[in-house]
Design a protein around this ligand. Structure first.
Ligand code: AVI
Length: 320
């Protein structure tokens, strides 16, 4: 029996626009369907993927100092989190803040109500006395609403080096936009993955088990599912690169042969030459100097850098 699939028009448009660029691209935000989320959880537990462990060490070992710096001279604050994920690292901070009797409200923002419901349930299980006020919607819309009835200091959390997935230019502009939606005295606590031994960086995106390869290839499977396409993932190679001068880690899917791929649901044909690459992701790495330039560009002052013991990663606290 013929069956038609319901096409998400935004997804179709974003995918086709990216594939029509020269060189060809795919948007990395589409990694995260249910299978992508599952693979990303696996990545975070890999030996090679040092980022999550390094940031966990930071929040665990510096939690008391972090709380002191968030409060500054103020009696209370609203802790607003962008892209909380499953909240594992955030829980460490929340637990400590509640145990210290801190007067604060935790407000995660997410576009998906079901993500928020799950997060709220998980966080309240770990920290039952927490005051939580979830905000469903677009980051900037939610922030501008919070800011227009600004009753207390806001501290934004943006953990996990998610900023690195924007690349340099878009990352800078995103931070400027954040700053435009904050008031003087508000803060941003943001994770950056630091430049380090290039082989250590590269291994994090090219693990022995091939989980990151599967994560990258899953984007093609998602297009097969949602746009009725016929990608054969075996005809693609996962190829990550790291440039130690610019700090850019870029991942590609390289076509092993000349091929055509049909997207039946939208009547689109993709032509690939042999060894032609599709750029799927940037994971920017930073020097302290780059971070300082970023903060200045976006209109923030750096309060303090919190690093892990090996200086692999930094959670940097900025004030507007
Ligand atoms: C979510 N983000 C910070 C991860 C990163 O390191 O860029 C996504 C990822 N891609 C491949 N491995 C992990």
């Amino acid at each position: 029996m013929e069956h038609t699939i319901e096409v998400n028009k935004t997804f179709a448009k974003d995918v086709v626009n990216a594939l029509n660029q020269t060189p060809k691209q795919l948007p990395s935000m589409y990694f995260y369907n249910a299978e992508g989320d599952r693979l990303f959880q696996k990545i975070m537990a890999l030996d090679e993927y040092y980022l999550t462990r390094a940031e966990m060490e930071i929040v665990k070992s510096h939690r008391a100092e972090i709380l002191k710096s968030f409060l500054g001279g103020d009696a209370n604050f609203r802790l607003v989190e962008l892209g909380a994920g499953d909240g594992t690292k955030t829980k460490v901070l929340l637990e400590h803040f509640v145990n210290e009797g801190t007067d604060f409200v935790y407000s995660p923002i997410d576009i998906s109500q079901s993500v928020l419901n799950q997060l709220e349930e998980g966080v309240l299980k770990a920290v039952p006395n927490l005051k939580i006020d979830c905000i469903q919607g677009d980051y900037f819309k939610a922030l501008s609403e919070l800011n227009s009835n600004h009753l207390q200091k806001e501290v934004l959390l943006f953990l996990g080096s998610t900023i690195g997935n924007f690349g340099l230019e878009a990352g800078k502009n995103f931070l400027k936009e954040l700053s435009n939606n904050l008031s003087s005295g508000d803060m941003l606590f943001i994770g950056f993955d630091l430049m380090k031994d290039p082989r250590v960086v590269l291994a994090a995106y090219d693990d022995r088990e091939g989980v990151t390869r599967d994560f990258n290839l899953n984007l093609l499977k998602r297009i097969n599912d949602e746009l009725d396409a016929d990608f054969d993932v075996d005809k693609f190679q996962h190829y990550p690169t790291y440039n130690p001068i610019t700090g850019e880690t870029k991942s590609y899917l390289v076509s092993r042969e000349a091929q055509q791929v049909h997207f039946k649901a939208i009547d689109y044909t993709l032509e690939l030459k042999q060894w032609e690459a599709i750029h799927t992701e940037v994971s920017q790495k930073y020097s302290f100097q780059m971070i300082e330039e970023f903060a200045q560009y976006a209109g923030f002052k750096i309060v303090r850098h919190f690093t892990d013991s090996k200086e692999l990663f930094v959670d940097s606290l900025w004030e507007k």
